[in-house]
Design a protein around this ligand. Structure first.
Ligand code: DOR
Ligand code: ZN
Length: 346
């Protein structure tokens, strides 16, 4: 039985770090394990310009513990007013790695997102020209579309037509939750890929709703039926380069989660690697963990795989904190619902 595994140091290709006291409190939970992360720009106000991204990166670096090494890969938040030349300059300087497309109203702090996708066509053409990937929150927001169908409808109505108009654009479908997402993401290797979160590999919609509502399992896109979760596990553990880890670790303080109108977001930075090792072991695919967490992401983004390594060792149940204290308040850590036995030991 394998009880130790060494992989290249992993990266997180979708992460929310927030700002201020929250950033200070939660950044070490990521930088302890991950070498790089794609930093989501949905602050209030959002990170829209090169100047915004420069200032945000400086705040992240200032919050980094001195004994941690970590590179934030910044993103710009696409709006209908994004200036293609500012975006291109931010990319050319190496400051910004990708741009994020939020359909307006799709999720937390997405009010400045895009309503009319035709308006961003010139920006998308510029991104295709310079090889800058677009990360997309793939859900429609139409009131008449059931929340559990929003991802599949987005692929048909928005994403596929958009990709036909700008065929050279590199696209990352963020946090896919459906078998339709799994299938579509693999349809154009090198041009299209998907991130998969830790929690969507572990929970289905029953976990949120059966036996009382569990606000800490509520996120967007919302977890779907068990057959979709199984499709995600199959994709993640396949080693296929079209899929890689993006935790979407998204902290909200407990009073905003345990609330009559609770915020969407699961905070999994602290225990993601232990959770993933458990999921991959159960799928008899521990050998594919390195592809999912350490190799496929850099390959898609055209970046080197880390020279550093991470070792995980199987042993007694891991003692994980239930909550992380921050200057803004406590943040609950994702509870996978089973014991974790894989310790990050090196
Ligand atoms: O659950 C989510 N939380 N989904 C998102 O898309 C945004 C995120 C957040 O920022 O809290
Ligand atoms: Zn996110």
């Amino acid at each position: 039985m394998t009880d130790t595994i060494t992989i290249p140091r992993p990266d997180d290709w979708h992460l929310h770090l927030r700002d201020g006291a929250m950033l200070q409190g939660i950044l070490p939970e990521t930088s302890r394990h991950f070498g790089r992360a794609i930093i989501m720009p949905n602050l209030v106000p959002p990170v829209v310009t090169r100047a915004d991204a420069t200032a945000y990166r400086d705040r992240i670096m200032a919050a980094l513990p001195t004994d941690h090494s970590f590179t934030p890969l910044m993103t710009l938040y696409l709006t209908e007013d994004t200036d293609p030349s500012d975006l291109a300059a931010a990319h050319a300087s190496g400051l910004v790695t990708a741009a994020k497309l939020y359909p307006a109203g799709a999720t937390t702090n997405s009010a400045s997102g895009v309503r009319d996708f035709d308006k961003i066509q010139p920006v998308l053409e510029k991104m295709a020209e310079i090889g800058m990937p677009m990360c997309v929150h793939g859900e429609v927001t139409d009131a008449d579309i059931d929340i559990f169908d929003r991802e599949a409808v987005f692929i048909d109505r928005v994403l596929d037509p958009l990709r036909r108009k700008v065929p050279d654009l590199k696209v990352v479908m963020e946090h896919i939750t459906t078998s339709q997402g799994v299938e579509y993401a693999a349809s154009a290797p090198g041009k299209l890929a998907a991130t998969i979160t830790t929690h969507h590999l572990i929970i289905n919609r029953n976990h949120i709703l059966v036996g009382g509502i569990k606000p800490h399992y509520y996120c967007l896109p919302v977890a779907k039926r068990e057959d979709h979760r199984l499709a995600l596990v199959k994709a993640a553990t396949s080693g296929n380069g079209s899929y890689f880890l993006g935790t979407d670790s998204a902290p909200h303080i407990d009073p905003l989660k345990e609330n009559a109108c609770g915020c969407a977001g699961v905070f999994s930075a602290t225990n993601t690697m232990s959770c993933l090792a458990e999921v991959f072991e159960q799928a008899d695919a521990l050998a594919q963990l390195a592809n999912f967490a350490s190799r496929n992401g850099p390959a898609f983004y055209g970046l080197p795989v880390s020279d550093d390594t991470m070792t995980l060792t199987k042993g007694e149940p891991v003692n994980m904190p239930d909550k992380i204290a921050t200057g803004d308040g406590a943040v609950t850590v994702f509870d996978p619902g089973f014991a974790l036995h894989w310790h990050v030991t090196g």
